[in-house]
Design a protein around this ligand. Structure first.
Ligand code: NAP
Length: 310
């Protein structure tokens, strides 16, 4: 089979095209492109079918697991594919590890080291119990996230653009430092004992619930990440589509009740807005996939992220 690889402007990316076996898969084609170009490894490549002139539909993206023949549309001898370079990629696990390692490392720096001397505070620093518990809580949270990244989540996408590492690290590392600065500050005023216990209590319950939500999501896919998107069932998923985000937001609320800083509440609001945006998209996708037509199940009526509001 002869495969012609063109750019979106129609320029030939591989001069003379590629000759592949009739039984070749899209993955074989990606390997062949990589061999010829050296630079474009498979996860950097986005291959689509050429669009018919005038059509407004999204182009068909070639699935690496499928045979090339499935995309040939009658002519099994020739195939033209459109190539797009997605740029340098990193694995999702690397991306998540980089994001979470920052706050896990930076927060204790503010607790253990005399950083406030650099900000002009020369006196002795008294550490309140709530600041110590906040350190344990924070580190547990980010350690849990790293463990979940490596041992729980079954991602559907292998990689993410390298640029996302810088964007996401900027978000997590700067918010982590911002909150750590205020919670560990020498002039920090602790909340009452009862408020602290209620806050951390709510937060811990929500962290455990969040972990259980991630286990339920994991069980929707096979170990190799196959299985696509399923209807999440059980526990809080019976009420809300993104129960993992709900519990994530409430665990930050618990942390903020216990520590009470403006920085912590700002982070919670920003995180809630980001997750709400994602939750709306996930809810829409599940409703579209499970529309109750042609034998497909119908997505049940559920809240999106924050019952009883949304
Ligand atoms: N504080 C913050 O700013 C913030 C922001 C975002 C997330 N988080 C935390 O990080 C956690 C992970 O975030 P995330 O956005 O990666 O979570 P997510 O997309 O909701 O889900 C985690 C894993 O479950 C899979 N999954 C989700 N819905 C599924 C379905 N219906 N069927 C099959 N598999 C499904 C996802 O697959 P895919 O690989 O296909 O997506 C992913 O591997 C969150 O739950 C939250 O605790 C915190």
């Amino acid at each position: 089979m002869k495969v012609t690889v063109v750019s979106r402007s129609g320029r030939e990316v591989i001069k003379g095209g590629l000759d592949l076996n009739d039984s070749a898969t899209v993955a074989d084609l990606q390997e062949a492109i990589h061999r010829r170009t050296k630079k474009f490894y498979p996860s950097r490549q986005r291959l689509t079918l050429p669009q018919k002139p005038g059509t407004k539909e999204r182009p068909v993206v070639l699935n690496y697991k499928k045979s090339l023949k499935e995309y040939c549309d009658g002519n099994a001898e020739n195939l033209t594919v459109v190539f797009k370079d997605l740029g340098p990629q990193v694995s999702y696990r690397t991306l998540f590890f980089c994001e979470y390692f920052g706050p896990l490392f930076l927060y204790p720096v503010f607790y253990y080291f005399p950083v406030y001397q650099f900000f002009g505070y020369k006196g002795e620093r008294v550490i309140h119990p709530v600041q110590t518990y906040a350190l344990y809580y924070w580190c547990f949270h980010y350690f849990k996230r790293i463990m979940e990244t490596f041992f729980v989540h079954r991602f559907s996408h292998a990689t993410s653009p390298l640029a996302n590492v810088f964007r996401n690290c900027a978000y997590y590392w700067s918010f982590g430092s911002y909150i750590a600065y205020y919670v560990n500050h020498p002039l920090y005023t602790p909340v009452g004992d009862l408020q602290m216990k209620i806050g951390f209590g709510i937060g811990l319950v929500c962290q455990l619930a969040n972990f259980y939500c991630h286990i339920l999501l994991r069980n929707l896919r096979s170990p190799d990440g196959n299985g696509g998107y399923q209807i999440p069932q059980g526990f809080l998923f019976n009420i809300v589509t993104c129960a993992n985000y709900t519990t994530e937001i409430y665990q930050w609320l618990g942390f903020n009740i216990a520590t009470q800083t403006v920085a912590g509440y700002i982070f919670m609001v920003v995180a809630a807005l980001i997750m709400t945006n994602w939750a709306l998209a996930k809810h829409r996708r599940l409703k579209k996939l499970f529309d109750g037509k042609e034998g497909r199940p119908k997505y049940p009526r559920r809240w999106v992220i924050l019952p009883p509001f949304l």
